[in-house]
Design a protein around this ligand. Structure first.
Ligand code: CA
Length: 282
């Protein structure tokens, strides 16, 4: 599909500007905060498949250094902050993909960092605590961290958590990204549908059905699969319900938006040219 991990800075990857093969053409250097720069191009993405930015917030230098070194060795951009206020500042400036956040910090603690960062944007957080009972309390309070790790931990374990949290975040970003199929645009974040330039007012169930079909990208889905993905359960009346919602979506858009595959189910129709789609440019 046309989306993936968000690219932080222009000029990265194959889309234009510097690709990994171009490096010999530019003078590359690393700034004090570990960001790679090339002269004349500003910040570039040198590891298109990974290279996500991770902010490490840790006030014990030996642990901080070990985490940062391992992250960089694994292809991530790692930034460091040693206290709460610096962490909030860096998170605002660098827009990281993930924060590894020590709970016990000077200035203010990890919970306050979490609260302030999340008031701007929902950045995934792995909270690191000194004791298991702290972790239990934090989990019980549901404080918005995506995962918790108790010291001491191995770098291998931390990296496994980092990859899992980033994968989940990327999956949910992809699921929320607007998608265009020919004259049809579906924006899951705003729950908005535009067809041939006009807003279409669907019920929540109609919206979910259309979104599932759009995501299937032309593949045929059985009524059972649609019921499963939209309602999450099956019952005797659901198959007829699918049919009536599909009729309603067609009425509000065009007959050709959804194709009936007799004896099997439904797919996107020729009207929306399923092959030509992709993520809508922001
Ligand atoms: Ca600490």
């Amino acid at each position: 599909m046309g989306w993936g991990p968000r690219r932080r800075w222009g000029g990265g990857g194959a889309a234009g500007g510097a690709s990994p093969q171009d490096h010999s053409l530019h003078h590359i250097f690393t700034t004090a905060d570990g960001l790679l720069r090339t002269r004349g191009l500003g910040l570039v993405d040198v590891t298109p498949s990974e290279g996500e930015t991770i902010l490490v917030v840790e006030d014990e230098p030996s642990i901080a250094d070990a985490i940062v070194a391992r992250l960089r060795a694994e292809g991530f951009r790692a930034l460091l902050a040693a206290d709460g206020p610096t962490a909030v500042e860096r998170a605002a400036a660098a827009d990281p993909d993930l924060i590894i956040l020590d709970l016990n910090l000077s200035g203010f603690d990890g919970l306050e960092v979490c609260r302030q960062v999340h008031s701007r944007r929902r950045v995934p957080v792995i909270m690191v605590t000194a004791r298991t009972d702290e972790t239990d309390v934090l989990v019980g309070l549901g404080l918005g961290a995506d995962d918790y790790l108790t010291k001491p931990f191995s770098m291998k374990e931390l990296m496994a958590r980092v990859r899992a949290v980033l994968r989940r975040a990327n999956e949910s970003a992809a699921a929320a990204a607007p998608v265009r199929r020919g004259p049809l645009e579906v924006d899951p974040a705003r729950r908005r549908v535009v067809f041939r330039g006009e807003a279409v007012h669907l019920t929540p169930t109609e919206f979910d059905l259309l979104r599932v079909l759009v995501r299937a990208d032309g593949a045929v889905l059985s009524r059972g699969q649609l019921i499963d993905q939209v309602w999450g359960y099956d019952d005797a009346s659901a198959a007829r319900t699918v049919d009536s919602h599909i009729r309603s979506i067609r009425r509000k858009t065009a007959d050709g938006v959804i194709r009936t595959v007799h004896g099997i189910g439904y797919s996107l129709g020729d009207e929306v040219d399923a092959g030509s789609g992709g993520a809508v440019a922001p």
